[in-house]
Design a protein around this ligand. Structure first.
Ligand code: LMR
Length: 333
């Protein structure tokens, strides 16, 4: 073996052993592909921790539901003990059991665009909405973007007119009652399914369509089994970064402080990755020439908004009237 190879091997060995000997282990479990905004941000977080807290904390990333799906991960987090913790970033839509207020993110047409979302996420109201999690054993660490959602469907025509184009069609949704009410108000039939099952369900016709951000349509190839995509931007897909509160509180204060810094940086990275995927994955889907992409006219968008307006009323009590009022004030509409 050449000298530089020996040196490289020793260096790699040292790195591995310092990783292996970390005092605390964090398993980062998520359900999407490594090349999505969440996948990239999770890897950025892991790389930074593994470098800056080498020997003290090691992060291992498990993408594609390899370790847990989004329901199971919440339970696993709450039960985690000792020096191994779990971090996950399920979509905000999956937290209703922990905070009814977070359902606000699922309301259709609440946000005009991603800047509206950032205004809310970066405001003190976010803390109000995530506070209830702590009593249930979870600590919220940040919100990571994916992007505004689009609708897709298989069939002979795109989704333009409500309720006509939705009638009799089944749509896969996440485990959110707000989403279910939204699909019904548009004229369709909602069906809750875990993310892992969506591609097969679309391919086999178990459901006709779905709603998601561009990166998920692209990375999980939904666009290959759908005929039309409607750029509706009707609501936001974002993630709440969470950790077991017990594990978090057991960490030494200096480690927690460094993790907080890294999380802030990762959140900025997530915004950057999401903006890139939003444009890039849309382009890649358009170039693949499978599903055709259509934009709603201003009138069509307005009719979707009008059809779904009752959803907010339906969930007003659960979310909280005063919170809703504050959010509308903040967003200026
Ligand atoms: C979904 O279930 O559609 C999303 O929450 C998946 C994800 O994590 O982006």
């Amino acid at each position: 073996m050449k000298k530089r190879h020996i040196v490289a091997a020793i260096f790699a060995g040292l790195c591995l052993s310092s990783l292996a000997q970390a005092e605390y282990i964090i398993k980062f479990s998520h359900v999407v592909s490594p090349h999505t905004p969440k996948g990239q941000a999770a890897q950025f977080f892991a790389d930074q921790v593994n470098e800056r807290l080498a020997g003290r904390v090691r992060v291992e990333v498990f993408p594609n539901s390899q370790l847990y799906n989004d329901n199971k991960v919440m339970e696993a987090m709450r039960l985690s003990k000792g020096k191994t913790g779990i971090i996950a970033a399920p979509s905000l839509s999956k937290f209703v059991k922990f905070s009814r207020q977070l359902q606000i993110f699922d309301l259709p047409f609440l946000f005009d665009d991603i800047n509206d979302v950032h205004q809310l996420v970066d405001s003190p109201l976010m803390q109000t909405m995530t506070n209830p999690l702590e009593r249930k054993g979870l600590k919220a660490l940040g919100v990571w973007d994916n992007g505004m959602k689009v609708f897709s469907i298989k069939g002979d025509r795109p989704l333009r007119n409500t309720p006509a184009d939705f009638k009799g069609k089944k749509f896969r949704i996440q485990s959110s009652n707000v989403h279910a009410a939204m699909i019904k108000s548009l004229g369709g039939i909602p069906q809750k399914l875990p993310f892992k099952e969506v591609y097969t369900a679309l391919g086999q016709g178990v459901v006709d369509g779905q709603e998601n951000a561009w990166s998920n349509l692209y990375s999980k190839k939904f666009f290959e089994v759908q005929d039309w995509i409607t750029v509706s931007g009707h609501s936001y897909l974002g993630y709440l970064l969470v950790v077991s509160a017990g594990f978090w509180n057991r960490l030494p204060a200096d480690i927690r402080a460094e993790l907080e810094v890294i999380i802030k940086e990762s959140t900025q990275k997530a915004r950057q990755y999401a903006a890139e995927a939003d444009a890039g994955d849309r382009k890649r889907i358009a170039m693949a020439g499978k599903a055709r992409i259509i934009e709603l006219t201003a009138e069509e968008r307005e009719s979707w908004r009008a059809a779904t307006r009752k959803v907010e009323k339906e969930f007003e009590k659960q979310i909280g009237k005063s919170l809703l009022k504050q959010v509308h004030q903040l967003l200026g509409h």
